[in-house]
Write a protein that binds this ligand. Structure first.
Ligand code: AHG
Ligand code: MN
Ligand code: MN
Ligand code: MN
Length: 342
């Protein structure tokens, strides 16, 4: 596409905001800071072994009990450095930080909170498979914005429907930023020479019908009956109750799975299971399930715990895990139906 016909991320954001004459510009500036963090992460990821960034961060375990990769730590740092100074945020929270990050006193405080998974799919880094970053923007309580009290973990415990914006970056064959500011879902592709995101996928819609599902089948002995039933029916193919053949995928980078579903439909499940009673699901509510759920709903898809809409769940802790099902609306509704039936 010739440069003269392209729309930059900046132009897109300014045009979206013209619909809200009272907007201060803080929000756009925040999104551009996030985009800068994602470009910097894309750069680190692309250098791979040459950049000395592969492998584990020696002796470092995150709050989830996972071994941190070097790129988990680098990406977390890049998000903080790109987003803390601008005066748009009152605090941040991330998979890789046990506690929330308050904005240092020498920077102005702003009205938003940023929650992120700096690097999603980090088990794939060392095998050169697509990874990504996921982010969610919430409003900060007024008392924190005004400096009347310090930031607390509690301030982040807002249901997903209160998100102001959400998105992800995908570091794949090309780097993309997929974003919703509450006006549908729009995809941008990074021009690596110009270092600029350009609108490439306006108004993404999740196809309603699908014949593709994604689940880690090695957990099947731990699945609950509604999930087992759903997958069995997909596997039964043309002669089964669904009357059609299904295809299956598992990348182990949720962002990459979500992106595939935005592009061609499908359903993704990481359901609650009986593997470890202390973990009600694998993925994290605030920085994985909610932002992807928000994008799905904005694109006409659906996200659910299987039992209730994801965006209505009241979070109880910062790093809470949850069962997650998302994708084409009809499939997610079917899975919810199976959870309701005895
Ligand atoms: P993260 O790398 O941010 O910790 O997230 C990994 C998640 C998610 O991206 C993926 O869908 C899932 O873990 C993979 O789980 P399995 O290892 O069970 O395949
Ligand atoms: Mn992790
Ligand atoms: Mn993740
Ligand atoms: Mn991660």
């Amino acid at each position: 596409m010739p440069l003269s016909q392209r729309t930059t991320l900046t132009q897109f954001l300014i045009e979206q905001r013209r619909r809200f004459p009272q907007a201060s510009g803080d929000f756009n500036a925040l999104i551009l800071d996030i985009a800068l963090a994602c470009k910097a992460i894309a750069g680190s990821v692309a250098y791979g072994a040459l950049g000395g960034v592969l492998g584990a961060q020696a002796g470092s375990i995150n709050v989830q009990g996972e071994e941190q990769k070097k790129l988990d730590v680098i990406s977390n740092e890049l998000f903080i450095r790109a987003c803390e100074w601008g005066g748009h945020l009152a605090g941040m929270a991330s998979e890789e930080m046990d506690e929330p990050y308050a904005i240092p006193p020498h920077y102005p405080r702003g009205k938003y909170l940023l929650v992120f998974d700096p690097l999603d799919g980090s088990s794939n880094i060392d095998v050169n498979v697509s990874v990504g970053s996921i982010f969610s923007v919430l409003r900060a309580p007024q008392a924190v914005v005004d400096g009347e009290r310090p930031l607390q973990a509690q301030d982040f415990l807002q249901p997903g429907e209160r998100q102001v914006a959400a998105g992800y970056a995908l570091y794949g064959p090309s780097t993309m930023l997929v974003l919703s500011v509450g006006t549908g879902v729009h995809g941008f592709t990074l021009d690596p020479q110009l270092g600029e995101f350009f609108l490439s996928h306006p108004d993404i819609r999740v196809p309603e019908k699908t014949q593709e599902f994604a689940i880690n089948a090695s957990n099947s002995r731990f699945w609950e009956p509604p999930v087992k039933r759903y997958v069995d029916e997909c596997l039964a193919g043309k002669t089964g109750p669904r009357g059609k053949d299904f295809n299956m995928r598992w990348i182990a980078s949720m962002v990459a799975e979500a992106h595939r579903i935005f592009m061609r439909g499908g359903v993704f499940l990481y359901p609650r299971d009986t593997k470890d009673p202390s973990k009600p699901g694998r993925l994290r509510l605030l920085y994985e399930a909610n932002p992807i759920g928000y994008l799905m709903e904005q694109a006409g898809g659906r996200a659910s715990t299987g039992r209730e809409p994801m965006l209505q769940v009241q979070p109880t802790s910062l790093h809470q895990r949850i069962g997650l099902v998302f994708g084409s609306r009809e499939e997610v509704e079917r899975i919810e139906q199976y959870h309701r039936e005895p």
